[in-house]
Design a protein around this ligand. Structure first.
Ligand code: HEM
Ligand code: HEM
Length: 156
């Protein structure tokens, strides 16, 4: 990868990308702690067992990805031979992953994993949003409505 001057727009975009990515990582810890201590409503009984299994698989995969993707990005920049610091939102210095020293091999591998996970995330999102719309407009159940506080529910 080329070394960009810290004043360039592209350099700034990378810093913004890292800032939002690390924020997602921190929020994911908050979300997982909430999820593990609060029950979620059951899926509708009308769903077939393969649909319930697909929903569970997708949700677990999302929980995995919201941790794995930013962690992999963080390892990637920590292993980078360019040695660029991460500064969140222009003023919070963020360390590299402790114990990781610059390595072109590790950086390249993490780059490939980051690429693969990004496309897995996009693929699952298409499926996830499609399923949410099917619940709402085809099945006409409350699954989408109960995720959005402003939307009025049909049941309960
Ligand atoms: C949920 C969080 C994240 C998502 C969804 C995400 C997504 C992406 C995507 C789609 C790309 C382009 C990949 C490609 O075309 O190969 C990318 C590249 C990159 N990401 Fe992330 N990212 C996340 C978090 C992070 C974090 C936390 C860091 C570092 C602290 C990071 C560092 C990078 C870097 C340096 C690149 C450029 C890699 C290259 O040179 O090809 N990302 N990311
Ligand atoms: C337009 C975007 C999205 C829509 C419309 C949407 C909709 C929904 C709906 C309707 C549910 C079902 C909740 C229930 O069973 O009551 C759900 C659950 C879930 N969604 Fe999304 N979602 C979206 C984006 C995302 C994104 C970006 C992620 C993560 C990367 C995500 C992760 C999850 C997870 C993990 C669950 C399961 C929640 C749990 O059991 O803790 N969703 N979503």
């Amino acid at each position: 990868m080329e070394r960009l001057p810290p004043t360039s727009f592209k350099f700034e975009l990378y810093q913004w990308h890292k800032s939002f990515g690390i924020t997602i990582l921190l929020l994911s810890f908050a979300r997982l702690s909430w999820r593990l201590t609060h029950p979620v409503p059951n899926l509708p009984e009308t769903m077939k067992s393969w649909e319930k299994a697909a929903a569970r698989f997708t949700h677990i995969a999302f929980y995995f990805l919201i941790f794995a993707q930013p962690l992999v990005g963080w390892i990637m920049v920590s292993a980078s031979t360019l040695g660029i610091d991460t500064v969140l939102f222009k003023f919070i210095p963020w360390p590299h992953v402790p114990g990781i020293s610059p390595s072109e091999g590790l950086e390249d591998f993490m780059k490939q994993v980051h690429h693969f996970l990004a496309f897995s995330l996009i693929g699952l999102l298409v499926l996830h949003i499609g399923a949410a719309l099917k619940h709402h407009f085809v099945e006409r159940d409350d699954v989408l409505a109960r995720m959005i506080p402003m939307v009025k529910r049909k049941e309960s």
